[in-house]
Design a protein around this ligand. Structure first.
Ligand SMILES: [Zn+2]
Length: 316
């Protein structure tokens, strides 16, 4: 019971952390940054503030693994003063476009500064899981790299970028600590996060949660029938209360998994929608990185508390 009360309190703390800031209006004369993902664009907004104007090519709910650059995207990229992309093969279908731009424009992979030993390796060779924004301490390093790149390419505002970075990194550290404490409400028995694709392994590593995705780290390969059966058996056996849909993937595969678990006599729930490979809509709280993390953390904590809702525990 005290555990649940603590969950409620920490959820409230998480929501009070910082507040949503509107993205700046596009104005001529500002340093122009074009990014691939919404996560990178949000970091640029937080560091660059009024000194930059930023545009993300991939909007909310867009799957970066399968996104192909349109003609309009290429024009936008050519108009940019600085191009920032994620790297680690996240933008798998934009490799050629980005390589061509490298020769004409300052363009950088924001994950380039992360030591390789801190990345999750994908077996042999130089292949790594790209979803590192779910480890807040790693994302904070990415943000630091973004601030360095802004300062390097727009040196007149270097001091401003450094000041903004210090403030934002402080907020990220607080976000990490509160997330950790909110997720402590989940008991060891149900500390398993099951989603459509393997986007949450960094999250699982940072907060000691076992993670299982129906598909691999890319959405390009389909989940097989054997994977589906194996996962359904696991959920029914362990009595995992909830599984989750993702905002950048159609819910079809997770709904099929739910039906397979029901057929095994266990009523697993849909725990809600998690933001995986993009932020939410601009103007909503989930349209910022901090708001997105808060949403995911509270959704996961609520849904995995062995079927007990935080709300129910307040009424007791
Ligand atoms: Zn992904």
């Amino acid at each position: 019971m005290r555990r649940f009360r603590r969950g409620v309190l920490l959820t409230a703390m998480l929501f009070s952390l910082g507040c949503y800031r509107q993205h700046p209006m596009e104005e001529p004369g500002r340093f122009r940054v074009v990014t691939t993902t919404t996560m990178i664009a949000d970091a640029v907004v937080r560091i660059g503030g009024e000194k930059v104007r930023v545009r993300a090519l991939m909007g909310p709910g867009i799957d970066p693994h399968s996104y192909k650059a349109s003609e309009r995207d290429v024009i936008r990229l050519l108009e940019a003063d600085l191009i920032l992309y994620h790297g680690l093969h996240l933008e798998a279908k934009m490799t050629e476009v980005l390589a061509r731009l490298h020769r004409r424009k300052p363009s950088h992979a924001v994950t380039a500064a992360i030591p390789r030993e801190r990345l999750i390796s994908e077996g042999s060779g130089d292949v790594y899981d790209p979803h590192l924004w779910f480890d807040i301490s790693l994302w904070s390093l990415v943000v630091q790299h973004i601030a360095q790149l802004l300062a390097e390419h727009d040196p007149i505002h270097k001091e401003y970028y450094q000041k903004q970075l210090a403030l934002y990194q402080q907020e990220l550290m607080e976000l990490h600590l509160v997330s950790k404490r909110v997720l402590e409400v989940i008991t060891p028995q149900t500390r398993v996060l099951i989603t459509a694709h393997d986007a949450f392994r960094y999250f699982g590593r940072a907060y000691q949660i076992e993670v299982k995705g129906l598909q691999g780290i890319s959405t390009v390969t389909e989940a097989g029938a054997a994977d589906m059966r194996e996962l359904a058996d696991f959920i029914a056996l362990r009595r995992i209360p909830s599984i989750f849909v993702e905002n950048s993937i159609p819910p079809k595969s997770i709904e099929a998994l739910r039906a397979a678990v029901h057929a095994r006599g266990f009523a697993v729930q849909l725990g809600g929608e998690l933001y995986s490979d993009s932020l939410g809509n601009p103007g909503t709280s989930e349209g910022s990185y901090i708001g997105m993390v808060r949403h995911n953390v509270t959704t996961i904590a609520r849904a995995l508390m062995q079927g007990e809702s935080i709300e129910k525990s307040i009424q007791r």
